[in-house]
Design a protein around this ligand. Structure first.
Ligand SMILES: [Zn+2]
Length: 368
């Protein structure tokens, strides 16, 4: 089966295929359960939007693999494709006995359905898993007028590069990257907004985990993303407070794909309110190993430029029909930025997604 086959045309097709795939697993003797968390917002044609959670194996196992996708809506095209391809592998293997796998399919279905990275409240959900939704990085106000102009974007933005370069020269690349990416809780219309409260999706996911993880001792978490790094290459991002012994385990599993711990090196940056740090805080008796598998698409300038243009159009346009906005060039660019229509890229994702997943399966099967 070609890699492209796993990429769906929209959120609704992805969801149907995910459900079909777990039902097939059930039919082949695997232990499978499925829960649907329905959100109160709708898709472009008033469709229901749901987060699907499937458990394979016994939820009472000591060890668990938590495999999530689509927290950044539009990145869910890749996340869903990788999850579907992994399910195909599981289908052809013997039933899982000594640990269980929890798939969370598309944490931000609104974003995937509407081709946005954020949710229905303009919230970056990977900055939302936090208790205190307040404050912003000390440098955010210095870059806010550049990040979030109060006008619709021109298609050919001649001022983007000169203004951007002058900011980088003034404050330094590492500072600007950090201020931009960390997450802010003060400007609802601006980029990297983490919300004023825990959003409905994160709340339902945390409730589900609290209800179901009663006997779990160890969890390996993998969250799938796109948009950072070289095209098709995956970086394994690790928590910035990770202990050395855990870091060494990750290096032994994934080699030089693991990002360096020094924030001035590599593609990463420190963030607040990401999904793993939020979940880990709620389950202090569980031992956690968590990674973000982040696949590159385009260079950082292109990614940032397209993110900025899409949010700028969304916040300043005079249209009140959101369907028209979906057809706007800025939204189409955003989709292509995080889900490039490129067979080679799709192959790289499916291949490396499966490699990393299998390494974690092997690691878990060897635990006591
Ligand atoms: Zn992401």
């Amino acid at each position: 089966m070609s890699a492209s086959h796993f990429f769906s045309k929209d959120y609704f097709q992805a969801r149907d295929r995910f459900i079909k795939s777990i039902n097939e697993l059930k039919g082949q003797g695997h232990q499978v359960s499925h829960d649907t968390l329905t959100l109160d917002c709708k898709g472009p044609n008033q469709e229901n939007l749901c987060i699907d959670i499937a458990t394979i194996g016994s939820i009472d196992s000591d060890n668990l693999l938590l495999y999530s996708s689509g927290i950044h809506g539009v990145e869910g095209f890749a996340g869903s494709a990788i999850q579907l391809s992994v399910l195909e592998q599981i289908k052809n293997a013997s039933p899982i006995a000594d640990y269980c796998i929890v798939f969370i399919h598309i944490i931000n279905p609104y974003g995937m359905a509407w081709h946005r990275r954020v949710n229905e409240n303009n919230v970056d959900m990977n900055r939302n898993f936090i208790k205190d939704h307040q404050g912003e990085p000390e440098g955010y106000e210095k870059i806010d007028t550049f990040l979030n102009p109060k006008s619709v974007p021109p298609k050919l933005d001649l001022m983007f590069l000169p203004r951007g370069i002058s900011l980088l020269l003034k404050y330094g690349f590492t500072n600007v990257k950090q201020w931009f990416a960390q997450g802010q809780y003060t400007r609802p219309q601006s980029l990297q907004y983490g919300g004023d409260a825990l959003q409905q999706g994160p709340k339902m996911i945390l409730d589900w985990l609290k209800k179901n993880l009663n006997n779990t001792k160890k969890v390996f978490g993998i969250d799938l993303h796109t948009g950072l790094g070289k095209s098709g290459y995956d970086t394994i991002l690790v928590p910035d407070d990770i202990k050395e012994d855990k870091y060494n385990i990750l290096v032994s599993l994934f080699g030089d794909h693991v990002s360096p711990l020094d924030p001035t090196q590599g593609v990463g940056y420190r963030i607040t309110g990401d999904i793993h740090s939020g979940i880990v805080k709620e389950f202090s008796s569980i031992e956690w190993l968590t990674i973000t598998q982040e696949f590159g698409t385009f260079g950082p300038t292109t990614v940032f430029k397209n993110l900025r243009a899409e949010n700028r159009w969304m916040q300043n346009n005079q249209l009140n029909n959101e369907k028209d906005i979906m057809n706007h060039w800025s939204r189409k660019n955003l989709l292509n930025t995080f889900n490039p229509n490129n067979k080679r890229w799709q192959q790289d994702l499916i291949s490396r997604g499966n490699t990393v997943f299998k390494s974690v399966q092997e690691y878990l099967s060897k635990l006591d």
